[in-house]
Design a protein around this ligand. Structure first.
Ligand code: IMP
Ligand code: MG
Length: 174
């Protein structure tokens, strides 16, 4: 069993989630909000976040995967695109972590093609050091160092998503 010590605890995550949700509730008080969770990584963060947002909203999901040969040449594939009509809507994309920025850059461009009236991005974690494409991020939970993080939805080879806190993945722990 994986027993890494938390770098960000359940309590710290929940405090941050409420703080982000409060900001979002204020910003979207009079808007036609659709919150889109990018799967699979954001599923836990997404479900915690939306239950604290007080503005009326709809939800949908987007499934994408990136194939990285090296950190600067990413290929992104979309497997499921939101069914909700996004035209003239206020869209908030929610992801677990922004790393190189390649995935969110690609996804953002695809959403913009649908002509939403606004588009913002919320990520729980930001690994700034690794960025290769600049992507405007509106809500950030925590800045994290250039380490591989698992737990709270984030995986290593599909494992460890169920750990309720965030921890650094170490090979020997598997
Ligand atoms: P990007 O396209 O390089 O920004 O990578 C984005 C995706 O890679 C994230 O949505 C995650 O699914 C995955 N990813 C990046 N860094 C980590 C990490 O430290 N742990 C787990 N997944 C990660
Ligand atoms: Mg992801």
């Amino acid at each position: 069993m994986f027993i890494g010590t938390p770098i960000i605890s359940e309590e710290q995550i929940q405090l941050k989630v409420r703080e982000l949700a409060n900001k979002i509730s204020k910003d979207y008080a009079q808007k036609d909000l659709i919150v889109i969770g990018i799967l699979k990584g954001s599923f836990m963060f997404f479900s915690d976040l939306i239950r604290h947002i007080k503005s009326p909203l709809k939800i949908d999901f987007l499934i994408a995967s990136s194939y990285l040969k090296d950190s600067s040449s990413g290929q992104v594939k979309i497997h499921y695109f939101p069914r909700e009509n996004l035209t003239d809507k206020d869209v908030l994309l929610v992801d677990d972590i922004i790393d190189t920025g390649i995935s969110l850059h690609f996804i953002r461009e695809k959403i913009l093609e649908m002509k939403p009236s606004s588009l913002k991005i919320c990520v729980l974690l930001d690994k700034k050091e690794r960025r290769v494409i600049d992507v405007p991020i509106d809500y950030v939970g925590f800045s994290v160092p250039n380490k591989f993080i698992v737990g709270y939805g984030l995986d290593y080879q599909e494992m460890f998503r169920n750990i309720p806190y965030l921890t650094i993945f170490k090979k020997e722990a598997k």
